[in-house]
Ligand binder design. Structure first.
Ligand SMILES: C[S@@+](CC[C@H](N)C(=O)[O-])C[C@H]1O[C@@H](n2cnc3c(N)ncnc32)[C@H](O)[C@@H]1O
Length: 200
């Protein structure tokens, strides 16, 4: 997992502007990155998503909302995006900057996914798009998040997750029947995008 990378000037400015680096310094154990993800990584994350068919997407760990904006721009009218962000500062940043009736922004841990879906009367999710730093999240929490994701996605849904290493492969393979990954080199730092499902 990334702890420190040399940032180029453009990324430094971007990270500073969004408060990302400050948040990383304050919440090292949960933020897990020094800068927002690149457009290149976003494209890789969205590649498995059929936006014409997606009624419900869950986003885990939106940070400053880089993927949130991208998802909302692609999602069809009437669809729903539920985004879980633990950090109060990131939550407030998104709340201030992104207005869209498709979005329900939740300032709580992703481990309460099933509880919030039940409150919204949602029983099935088409995609879970996760930026959670699995390497620094306690086992009990990440197991709960992944087990809930498996449950709400059923056989048809897909779980998409980026990480800065391949350390999460075994864990994801223990939860999903199919796990593949692609490399996303144009990102700071370079990342791996996992696509997981229980579709046999
Ligand atoms: C690596 S950052 C990703 C931010 C953004 N999606 C991006 O790609 O630039 C991970 C985010 O996950 C959030 N996070 C960590 N643990 C969480 C949890 N249990 N529930 C919800 N969000 C969490 C952090 O606050 C942080 O915003």
């Amino acid at each position: 997992m990334l702890i420190f990378v040399a940032l180029n000037n453009k990324t430094r400015i971007l990270a500073k502007k969004s408060g990302f680096f400050n948040e990383f310094l304050k919440e090292r154990k949960t933020v897990g990155a020094v800068a927002p993800s690149s457009k290149f990584l976003m494209k890789r994350m969205f590649a498995p998503i059929d936006f014409d068919k997606a009624d419900v997407i869950v986003e885990l760990g939106p940070g400053n909302g880089v993927f949130t904006k991208g998802l909302l721009a692609e999602m069809k009218p009437g669809s729903r995006l539920l985004s879980f962000e633990l950090s109060r500062n990131f939550y407030e940043h998104i709340n201030l900057n992104i207005r869209d009736e498709k979005l329900s922004l939740i300032n709580d841990s992703a481990e309460k996914l099933e509880q919030y879906l039940a409150l919204e009367g949602i029983h099935k999710v088409d995609y879970v798009v996760s930026s959670l730093p699995l390497a620094v999240i306690p086992d009990v929490v990440k197991n709960k998040i992944l087990d809930s994701s498996v449950k709400v996605l059923g056989k048809e849904g897909k779980y998409i997750q980026f990480q800065y290493s391949l350390n999460a492969r075994k864990l994801l393979q223990s939860k999903f029947k199919k796990v593949s990954f692609k490399f996303a080199p144009v990102n700071i730092p370079p990342a791996f995008v996992y696509q997981c499902s229980n579709n046999s």
